[in-house]
Design a protein around this ligand. Structure first.
Ligand code: SAH
Ligand code: SF4
Length: 391
């Protein structure tokens, strides 16, 4: 039976090929075809000799999920519903910004953590994603937006698009119609998306594990996929541009801290255990102290990568002045940043977003206390693509 080549690390592919008597440089060539040119067919890898191409095709397949639909937000964000081989579906979100393009990937089908404010958690857990199912979310967005390098010439540089929104300013209320289209063929909309993206940058520059699922509960496959995403020759993504967001599974974080090659974001969302346990029942297992302890372990190995604490502001729950002051004390000896997140509502959710004034006041208290506290822009809310709206 064929193996998925995107389930193997670069070292594993090299070892496999060495066993078959192929020279070492073939692995480099293969990875260039996979990650620089986005090929899904071995027969197109023309600098690999024909007999090896045929053999590769007998040993391996190159995975892509199927795009069931894509929804484009007024702000340029595109949400993809992807169908996996077993018919389960996941969501991946593409977020264009002025200086970068980010892709938000899922790590599991559903999530077992059950945070009260999260739509994904509300729908429960189905299964972990394989490395190829994680990596291919990135690859298929590049397919869709036609972002692959041409083999003969660099991609063109059209003028800047002024349709793109900034990435830190709050833009609620500016959304109008939902632009919807299904996406199997080449449509005008797709071409427009491609232009929009290249107007800001030619690459998918950033990856965040902030889609469906708790990445640390699938850490083996997630680490392998990060490794693959970083190893794509010149087009590999730098560790500084990959962020793993976790609800804080302290023991796992501690164990893998050394091997986690990327940035870390921790969904804190409360300044103390009593509030946190009410909105995140997982806090009864991994409390704030144990999470901060695990963060210390991460910092030992990644001194140069500042940790981000995510803080979702929920009206009347965790958004008071006192909460901001308590958070400041809690994080007083951390080198960190706090990302303030506005609640994205979904049908059946019991929370309300904090008001604009409260959000600004919360940010000001943190900033005055010396902690950087940007308010994260809402992206793709009109198409239910924002954080916590995926299901
Ligand atoms: N499971 C991981 C990563 C996926 S969730 C984690 O929890 O960190 C990504 C981010 O979205 C987390 O910070 C999460 O707390 C936040 N989030 C969940 N539901 C949300 C909602 N309804 N509105 C805004 N942010 C939400
Ligand atoms: Fe899972 Fe993250 Fe949602 Fe919590 S916020 S239920 S950990 S996806």
């Amino acid at each position: 039976m064929k193996q998925g080549i995107l389930n193997l690390s670069r070292e594993e592919v090299a070892e496999f090929l060495a066993d078959k008597g192929a020279p070492k440089y073939r692995t480099n060539q293969l990875f260039t075809w996979l990650f620089r040119f986005g090929k899904t067919d071995f027969s197109e890898m023309t600098n690999i000799d024909l007999s090896l191409r045929r053999a590769l095709d007998e040993w391996f397949y190159i995975y892509r999920p199927r795009i069931v639909r894509s929804d484009k937000s007024i702000d340029g964000t595109i949400k993809f519903l992807l169908e996996l081989a077993d018919k389960n579906t996941i969501e991946t979100v593409f977020i264009p910004e002025t200086k970068r393009n980010t892709i938000c990937v899922s790590s599991q089908v559903g999530c077992a953590i059950g945070c009260r404010f999260c739509n994904t958690g509300y729908h429960g857990f189905i299964r972990n994603l394989l490395p190829e199912e994680i990596v291919s979310q990135f690859l298929i967005v590049k397919d869709y937006l036609d972002l692959w390098h041409s083999q003969t010439r660099p991609p063109p540089k059209p003028p800047q698009s002024d349709l793109l929104l900034g990435d830190t300013e709050h833009r609620s209320g500016v959304y109008s119609n939902v632009h919807e289209h299904s996406s199997t063929g080449s449509t005008k909309e797709e071409t427009d998306c491609g232009r929009l993206v290249r107007g800001s940058t030619e690459r998918l520059s950033n990856i965040v594990f902030m889609g469906m699922g708790e990445p640390l509960l699938n850490h083996k496959n997630v680490l392998k996929s990060i490794d693959l995403l970083m190893s794509g020759e010149k087009d590999g993504i730098s560790r500084r541009k990959i962020t793993l967001s976790t609800s804080g599974i302290a023991d796992i974080l501690k164990n893998i801290a050394k091997d986690l090659p990327c940035r870390l974001a921790v969904s804190l969302h409360a300044p103390n255990d009593s509030i946190r346990s009410k909105i995140m029942p997982i806090n009864n297992v991994h409390n704030i102290k144990s999470i901060l302890g695990a963060c210390e372990e991460y910092k030992k190995y990644h001194e140069y990568l500042k940790i981000t604490f995510e803080y979702l502001l929920l009206d009347g729950i965790n958004d008071s002045k006192e909460c901001a002051q308590e958070l400041l004390r809690l994080l007083s000896n951390q080198t960190c940043k706090v990302n303030l997140i506005q609640f994205n509502s979904w049908q059946g959710s019991q929370f309300k977003a904090s008001s604009r004034n409260k959000t600004l006041e919360f940010a000001r208290i943190l900033e005055d206390g010396g902690i950087e506290a940007p308010i994260r822009a809402r992206r793709g809310e009109d198409i239910m693509a924002a954080c916590g709206q995926l299901k």
